[in-house]
Structures are given as C-alpha cells and as structure tokens.
Design a binder for this molecule. Structure first.
Ligand code: KG4
Ligand code: ZN
Length: 352
C-alpha cells in the first residue's frame, strides 16, 4: 500500500501517454490524454487463434504478440494523429500474466522509450483494470470518487478491493480457487460453446429461465468476502455428465446458461453489497472481462438503485483487456513520479 497525497491525484490535463498491453491474448496499444481522454485504442485479439485449442496457448500467444505489436503501436500513433516525439511517457503491463507474452510488451516498450527519450512506467495489469473506470466515453458519468470499492472480475482474478487513492488499495476478499471468468470459460467448454465461454453464456442466458436449474452459491451465507467457484463448476459438470448438452431439447441450453450465470452473479452482487456496507463506502467500480456480462451489469444496477450507491462500470470494450486502461493507470503512476529503468522485468505473479 502506498500513501498518496491529494495533490498528487490531480492529473496534468495535457499528458500524452502510450499504453502497451500484452499480458494474455490481446495485443493492444492506446494513447490517453490527461489520464482520461482516449485518443486511440487499438486491440488485436488472438481469440480466433486460441479458440481452435479451446483456450490460450502461451507459446502461440507470445509469437503472435511479436508479429503484431509494432503495427498495433504504429496504428495507435496514426489514429491519435500524433508523432512519437509528442509522447510524455510509455506505460506497459509488467504483470501479472503469461511470462512470454508480458516480455514482448515490456521489451518493446523499453526499446521505444529509449529510442524516443521518453520515461518508462511499469503498470500492474490489475491496477490497469481498476483505472478503466476513469476513461471517458460518450455515456460516462463523473469519475469515481475516493475511497471506493472495486469488484475485479476477470479470467484470472475475482476480488473485492478497497481503493483509497490511486495505488492505495486493500484486498478485502478474493476467490479461493477459480476466478469467475475461468468458471464461465470452463462450463462454456463443457456446453460445447467454444472459447471464451463467458461471452457465449451471456448471450444465451438472455433468453433462458434462471430458475430452471438449481446450482450452489458457495460461501454465500458466510461473513467473509471471499469467493469460491470450483464447487459450482463441479456441480455443473456433474449435471452435464448425467444429461449431456447433445441431448438438450428446445430452450434447455439457454435455461442452463441463465441458471449458471445467475449463480455467479448472485454471489458477486451479494458480496459487493456486503463489502460496501461493511466498509461504509458509497461507490462501486466494476472491472475485468466479466464486468462486460449483461446479467451482472443489470443486477448491480438494481442493487445500486435499492441501496443508493454510485455504480461505475466501464463500457464492455474497457472491461476486457485493452491498453487504454494501462495508459490511464500509467498516467496516475507517472504523476506520482514513478519511473521504471531499462532493467524493468516482468512478474507473471505480480500482486496488486
Ligand atoms: O479481463 P479479461 O479480458 O482478461 C483477464 O485479465 O483475465 O477477462 C477475460 C474473461 C474471460 O474469462 C471471459 O470469458 C470473460 O472475461 N468475459 C465474460 C464476458 N466477456 C468476457 N464473462 C461473462 N460475460 C461476458 N459478457
Ligand atoms: Zn485482464
């Protein structure tokens, strides 16, 4: 945890920061101005490549990042209509993520920062997700105030985090086993929906009956703020072994998806409400790929209305992996004087 003074939170409105993100299966570069205005946002997704294998293959991801990173950065610069020499800093994801994939982004960022003489900033991918709520978009409300609660729900993480200021965070609870996105993807695979399963389940759930299939809500009644999704995954797998999706009749697949999604959403909403009440917080930021889920967004909007908290969920393109969020988090760090040397290394297990 880092102490941050109120003065250090004021971002220079003209700062132009390039963000680079290669932690998993998206090669991304973005230019963000003043920590909020997205001047360019380029994401080259590798999803189609990995879908053939049913999940991300690390070596394939690294090779594809190598082939794509330079054109993606050049496109971001062109879209923002700036020159490399206009950049005030280069921000890059240094972890957590796949080691080979991270190395491509970090080594590219180092070479670029050295070549153009710009400062280099290493960014924690999770801090990037938290910063996504500050990005401007056409329907954006004013940015979240501090302190706030963040629900981070991605393919690798599920956590409730108290955020007192940029970089000043406290973990309140996390998953003890699978992440929510991982559970979506694994059950999506069992249902024959391909990779990533979360997106397909979300789509099918919209027309299904969430009460059709009874599935467990782990740790739901407990006082702690931890999560567990492995029991839910096992329960789903057991049901699907007894009645394979190939035997499903009309509406059965949609009902299964709706029931499974509701089991995850219920727990995420319940624990978020509990954390807000316990910490006495009035604002919730939701981030990470699963924050794109329509069922979760709707359930949280209802809860916000009932409980009276301010809800900040970025549009889906800023929930899933992107480089605009890395540039935004990098800008916050830059403002606090954080700089990385050319000896910056990657850390696949970097904690928030
Ligand atoms: O944040 P992210 O893009 O990458 C990580 O840092 O993990 O999250 C990817 C995860 C995947 O598990 C994917 O299935 C899930 O986010 N996801 C969704 C939706 N869109 C992406 N899960 C449920 N509903 C969605 N609409
Ligand atoms: Zn992510």
């Amino acid at each position: 945890m880092t102490d941050v003074t109120a003065a250090a939170q004021v971002v220079d409105d003209d700062l132009l920061v390039l963000g680079i993100e290669t932690s998993c299966d998206e090669t991304a570069a973005a230019i963000v101005e003043g920590g909020r205005r997205v001047r360019a946002d380029v994401v080259a997704s590798q999803i189609k490549t990995h879908a053939a294998y049913g999940g991300v293959v690390p070596e394939v991801a690294s090779r594809q990042h190598v082939a794509t990173i330079v054109p993606v950065i050049e496109r971001a610069i062109a879209e923002a209509k700036i020159a490399f020499s206009d950049l005030d800093a280069v921000a890059v994801t240094a972890g957590p993520g796949l080691v080979g994939a991270l190395l491509v982004g970090v080594e590219t960022a180092k070479a670029l920062a050295f070549a153009i003489g710009a400062p280099l900033v290493g960014v924690n991918h999770l801090a990037g997700h938290l910063a996504a709520a500050f990005l401007e978009h056409p329907t954006a409300a004013p940015p979240p105030s501090y302190p706030h609660l963040a629900l981070l729900v991605s393919g690798g993480h599920t956590a409730l985090i108290r955020v007192d200021a940029p970089g000043a965070t406290r973990l309140l609870g996390a998953t003890r086993d699978d992440a929510a996105g991982e559970a979506f993807d694994k059950v999506g695979k069992l249902l024959g929906l391909g990779y990533p399963g979360g997106v397909a389940i979300d789509k099918l759930a919209a027309t299904g009956d969430a009460r059709a299939v009874t599935l467990p809500r782990a740790l739901a009644g407990r006082d702690d703020l931890d999560f567990s999704f492995s029991g839910l995954k096992t329960a789903a797998a057991t049901l699907l072994a007894a009645r394979p999706p190939a035997a499903f009749v009309d509406g059965e697949l949609a009902n299964f998806c709706a029931s499974f999604q509701a089991a995850i959403v219920d727990v995420l909403v319940r624990k978020s409400r509990r954390a807000l009440a316990r910490e006495g917080l009035g604002a919730l930021v939701v981030c990470g790929g699963v924050a794109a889920n329509r069922g979760l967004r709707a359930a949280l909007a209802d809860a916000a209305k009932q409980d009276g908290f301010a809800l900040h969920i970025p549009p889906p393109k800023y929930c899933t992996d992107n480089a605009a969020m890395i540039a935004a988090a990098g800008t916050q760090l830059y403002q606090r004087g954080v700089r990385a040397g050319l000896d910056l290394t990657v850390d696949p297990g970097l904690p928030l």
